[in-house]
Ligand binder design. Structure first.
Ligand code: ADP
Length: 209
């Protein structure tokens, strides 16, 4: 977050004289308490300052990068996930390719008749299947997919950082976001490298509160 000159000045005053009341800060800046209130609210919300009733404001001692890390560690998968694209395990590889183009995704999730996750297809899986001159419209996706239990997945409550770590460790582009049920897992979302790039941009531009 870019601080204004006045906000930086307030931090300096609180650093040197804290705990200090809002009124005293206002006096020193030759401002009214009301004019100062939004700045104090921003600095408190952003974590630079803390306020104690009847004591006043004090400096938390946290640097900009510490505050940024704190924010990043609060990001959840559910805040950034996209809509999943899902096909039944019996559709053909040909239809899966068409789906991939129409939906503009790189990974398609495969479910069984009970809508439970049984596998997934990446671009490379479909390319590999197309190499052998097979008739792709007669090859069901369950023959060529990566299947459970080898699928890495996450839940909407997981930390975005942990999901990103899984993508790196497994060298994959995306994860299904699932809800675990007694008889299997249901796909509720899709988390890709693009979602993580978006989170990074929001953080850098300070759009995520
Ligand atoms: P691409 O095929 O476009 O390079 P990936 O790198 O995501 O895409 O996929 C590489 C391989 O890893 C594929 O065989 C794919 O089926 C598999 N894969 C992709 N995502 C997962 C996942 N979440 N869990 C397990 N395997 C996966």
């Amino acid at each position: 977050m870019e601080l204004s000159k006045r906000q930086e000045f307030i931090i300096e005053i609180v650093k040197e004289q804290g705990p200090i009341t809002g009124e005293k800060i206002a006096e020193q800046l030759d401002l009214t308490r009301a004019t100062l209130r939004p700045d104090l609210a921003i600095l408190t919300m952003a974590g630079y300052l803390d306020a104690r009733p009847r004591v006043g404001y004090f400096f938390t001692g946290k640097t900009g990068s510490e505050l940024l890390t704190e924010k990043l560690k609060k990001f959840k998968v559910g805040d950034f996930q996209s809509v999943p694209i899902v096909v039944d395990e019996n559709v053909s590889a040909y239809d899966a390719i068409i789906n991939m183009f129409l939906e503009d995704v790189g990974t398609i999730f495969v479910t069984d008749q009970h809508s439970k996750l049984v596998g997934l297809l990446s671009r490379k899986d479909l390319l590999r299947a197309s190499i052998g001159n097979q008739d792709l419209s007669s090859v069901p996706v369950h023959i060529i997919m990566t299947r459970m239990p080898n699928i890495a997945y996450c839940s909407a409550d997981d930390l975005l950082l942990d999901a990103a770590q899984t993508l790196i460790e497994r060298q994959i582009d995306g994860l299904p976001v699932v809800e675990e049920k007694e008889d299997g897992v249901e796909v509720v979302g899709r988390l890709t490298k693009t979602n993580i790039a978006k989170a990074l941009v929001e953080l850098g531009r300070d759009e995520h509160v």
